[in-house]
Design a protein around this ligand. Structure first.
Ligand code: UGB
Length: 607
């Protein structure tokens, strides 16, 4: 107010709007005109970025404030019924499972994949981007490489399934990034030649951060170190729908004949083991929305899929986020809250945030909503008076809230797959993970993420008849784990259970000891008769048909040596890379046998 002559008209109108909306505090420390004017212009420019054409900033602020007031009311309007909505609960390796996988592989040729990777991963505390983390350290393949190679393997498999047709389609991959992850994601892709994908097959869409609020009156929060900048935080993975809508990709995909859009998260090494079957469920049942899910332990930090009934009778199948499920249940006639039932699990399947949407209805819905997703606030208050926050908060939105606006006639279902086959994300640092184990909840750490990859591969091979020794107990970063043989294969070797059966036709003649490591990287490696007690690496180029028959391997192998630095216990681990420190062990490669086939043709590997 003191001297506005240095400002342009739009800046002055923004200033008046902010003053009228109770945001005077933003200007309390401003020096008089002529001092730090460039910073003042930058301040208005920043605020202006959150001003969508249709909505003046004042209304946005009002809208934010309203959320504080209406959030509790909205929840109370719904009753959380015990019945979960209709969905498929699949048993691995059953005929039904195999049939869904077959349908899923066919449908994959008509799918686009969308990875949400804008999260910084504050709970994990890793200094890099999460998709660059190794999903296991035996081969060191990172999450992004695993995902891309899996999509390429699906692309190849769906092409083989449509042999005879001249039609060759590439599966698009969209990656949603944010200011925190964009440049590093782009650099990771470029430096690895897109992990084998065509460059124009991968599309990066960057989400923007939103303003933080510091109290119940929705006063915007200034950066502690800069009185001319508003603090910002990510708006949540729900932004993906708006970004896809504005990108114009969806109508292009429809014109190209695509039918499905699959959304997935950044650090789940088991993800693609359940994608074919879940996609098969969508294709067979014609679901508009299919949420991939796992049996959920009460209070586990994953959302629960529920059927909510509004007081006016409307019903909705929707994820209720883990921090809201317990209060919602208590507020709506279930005083015991979020507890396990007689099965030992919560009656509400756990949402693992992998969604399969039908492109047709998705497009129609986004045409109505323009990709806007219901927002919420989740302030952490300093005390019970609920007057001030521990730290500034902001509006957020979640991609799994997409069904909230759908017509009640939409087919919204879920597919539950065993957790060992489908879900082991890397979200928590070592200390928090150890605390979670102590309370009986899954640790979801770098350590467990890696161990679960080995467990899953071993269980799949066991199911195919391979004799695999039981795991041995170990403690890494104060987390008790089971160490299975370190068996890792590339997606081009096997994606589905049917692939594994084909590659291990006589499972009974293969045996692997607990201390063993087996790496298979090649599309046509058949394990007929193998006895492994040590480490064996098999690599073969496409076109090379390898038969492993009559091979016994015994060597000192690769050991996992515990590190004592991940949870701050000790010492002198500075020379150890962060990706190893965070899992609490490193591999000591004592000895191994390597089979590398670089020529196409038939090859026998034996003693
Ligand atoms: N993400 C973004 O791309 N942008 C953002 O602004 C934020 C995140 P978190 P969250 O599977 O265990 C989800 O932080 O949100 C990406 C579900 O809501 O790892 O706490 C981010 O990069 C919950 O229902 O998870 O919880 C990552 O890839 C449950 O399913 C993804 O979004 C839970 O995940 C998830 O972000 C779970």
């Amino acid at each position: 107010r003191r001297n506005t002559s240095i400002f342009e008209e739009w800046e002055i109108s923004l200033l008046h709007m902010l003053l009228a909306e109770g945001q005077e505090h933003l200007f309390a420390h401003w020096p008089s005109a002529g001092h730090q004017d460039a910073d003042k212009h930058r301040f208005f420019k920043q605020i202006n970025t959150w001003r969508p054409s249709s909505l003046p900033v004042s209304q946005q602020i009002w809208r934010m404030a309203q959320h504080f007031l209406t959030f509790v009311e909205t929840a109370a309007d719904y009753t959380c019924r015990r019945q979960v909505p209709s969905g498929e609960r699949l048993q691995f390796a059953t005929e039904e499972f195999i049939a869904f996988e077959r349908e899923g592989v066919k449908a994959a040729g008509d799918a686009a994949f969308v990875l949400v990777a804008g999260g910084l991963g504050e709970r994990l505390g890793y200094s890099g981007i999460k998709v660059a983390l190794p999903c296991q350290t035996t081969t060191g393949v990172c999450f992004l490489q695993l995902y891309i190679e899996s999509i390429l393997a699906l692309q190849d498999a769906s092409r083989r399934g449509s042999e005879g047709s001249n039609f060759v389609r590439r599966i698009p991959l969209v990656i949603m990034t944010s200011g925190d992850t964009h440049w590093k994601t782009e650099a990771l892709l470029k430096s690895n030649r897109y992990f084998g994908m065509d460059e124009d097959q991968v599309i990066l869409l960057k989400q923007e951060k939103v303003a933080c609020l510091e109290d119940n009156d929705a006063r915007m929060a200034l950066e502690p170190s800069n009185m001319f900048a508003i603090q910002t935080k990510p708006h949540g993975h729900g932004d993906v729908h708006r970004l896809l809508y504005t990108s114009g990709l969806l109508p292009k995909w429809k014109t190209a004949g695509l039918k499905w859009v699959l959304f997935f998260q950044d650090t789940n090494g088991l993800l693609f083991k359940s994608i074919p079957a879940s996609l098969g469920v969508s294709a067979t049942r014609g679901y508009d929305v299919n949420s991939m899910a796992v049996p959920r332990k009460a209070k586990e930090a994953i959302g629960g899929i529920t059927e909510l009934t509004h007081t006016d009778g409307r019903r909705m199948v929707i994820n209720v986020e883990y921090n809201q499920l317990d209060p919602l249940l208590r507020a709506t006639g279930r005083p015991e809250g979020d507890v396990n039932d007689e099965s030992g699990f919560s009656p509400f399947p756990g949402n693992i945030n992998q969604l399969v949407l039908k492109l047709d209805s998705y497009l129609e819905e986004l045409a109505k909503t323009k990709g806007a997703i219901a927002e919420f606030v989740n302030p952490k208050y300093k005390d019970a008076t609920k007057q001030s926050f521990k730290s500034p908060t902001r509006l957020e939105c979640m991609m799994q809230d997409y069904p909230k606006t759908l017509d009640p006639t939409a087919k919204v279902g879920f597919t539950v797959v065993d957790v060992w086959l489908s879900y082991s994300p890397v979200k928590n640092n070592a200390k928090d993970a150890a605390a979670k184990i102590a309370t009986g909840t899954p640790p979801h750490s770098a350590t467990s993420g890696e161990m679960d990859v080995y467990r899953s591969n071993c269980r799949i091979l066991r199911q195919a008849g391979v004799s695999i020794e039981d795991p041995a107990p170990a403690t890494f970063n104060q987390q008790q784990v089971e160490v299975w043989p370190r068996i890792v294969w590339s997606p081009r070797w096997a994606l589905t259970y049917a692939d594994v059966k084909e590659k291990v036709p006589e499972g009974g003649r293969v045996s692997i000891s607990q201390r063993s490591t087996l790496v298979i990287d090649g599309p046509d490696v058949i394990l007929e008769d193998l006895h492994l007690d040590g480490a064996l690496i098999i690599k073969a180029v496409p076109g090379a048909k390898i038969r492993v028959s009559g091979l016994t391997v015994k060597n000192s192998g690769w050991d996992l040596d515990p590190l004592r630095c991940g949870s701050g216990e000790s010492a002198d681990c500075e020379s150890v890379p962060e990706v190893l420190r965070m899992r609490g062990f490193q591999t000591s490669k004592k000895d191994h046998q390597e089979v590398v086939v670089e020529r196409p043709g038939e090859h026998l590997v034996s003693n």
